[in-house]
Design a protein around this ligand. Structure first.
Ligand SMILES: *Cc1c(COP(=O)(O)O)cnc(C)c1O
Length: 233
């Protein structure tokens, strides 16, 4: 496709998705502005990312530390960036204090401890989400629902780490059972003492509308906005 066609496709996709988000918000008794519409940028040309920002995107999601480092200068300034990818402890130092708003993918105590160490060094508090493997898949990262309360209690002790919600990548499914299970877990976790559960990061290109209806307030959209990715990441 020519660049102009790609740019037009992003504009059309943005308008359609924003409209769907607004309708799903309305159906779940919330306002469109209560739902964060994240553009997931992996493999996407910064020209198209900037086009999405011009359309109204106010949050970017990055999967890989190196890809983010090589592209960040090309993005329009002032748009918050979240880290959503699998994270190795030795990469944490490249994220903390470098302009990452929220880390969505914290699934183990050792990783939270490394974030604590790096955030303490820079004298800041890093916001994170705990990632839950709601489908219990062997191949996916994320804590089990059973282990979540214990992990939350332990991470809650770290003074430079602030847990503000949960994130999940559910298995592909024909129905909404994993989204429902996650909604239930989120509501239950909210009740735990000391928990500050404000963000439920759930929903991608294929299920963002259902995810919003089931309580998500942050959807991470890649291919529906930018088109299919042409190589695996
Ligand atoms: C790639 C990715 C997305 C977006 O996936 P699409 O299906 O392209 O919308 C969302 N969340 C995470 C963690 C991802 O890696």
């Amino acid at each position: 496709m020519q660049d102009m066609q790609k740019i037009q496709a992003v504009r059309d996709n943005y308008a359609r998705i924003a409209d769907n988000i607004a309708q799903a918000a309305d159906k779940s008794g919330r306002r469109p502005e209560d739902i964060a519409f994240m553009a997931v940028t992996k493999t996407v040309d910064p020209v198209l990312v900037n086009e999405a920002i011009d359309c109204g995107i106010r949050l970017l999601g990055e999967n890989r530390v190196q890809e983010w480092q090589s592209k960040r200068e090309a993005y329009r300034e002032g748009i918050p960036v979240d880290f959503i990818g699998t994270l190795q402890a030795n990469k944490v130092k490249y994220l903390i204090g470098q302009g990452i708003r929220l880390i969505h993918s914290v699934d183990r105590l050792s990783l939270a401890q490394e974030i604590e160490k790096q955030a303490a060094k820079r004298d800041l508090v890093q916001d994170i989400l705990l990632e839950v493997n709601i489908g219990g898949e062997d191949t996916k990262s994320g804590t089990t629902p059973e282990a979540l309360p214990g992990l939350l209690a332990q991470v809650g002790e770290l003074p430079h780490v602030h847990v503000c919600g949960l994130m999940t990548i559910p298995p592909p499914a024909q129905d909404t059972r994993f989204l429902e299970a996650m909604q239930e877990l989120f509501l239950k976790t909210k009740e735990l003492p000391g928990a500050d559960m404000r963000i439920l990061s759930m929903g991608m290109s294929d299920d963002y509308a259902e995810a919003i209806r089931l309580g998500s307030n942050l959807v991470r959209v890649g291919s529906a906005l930018f088109g299919a990715r042409h190589y695996p990441v």
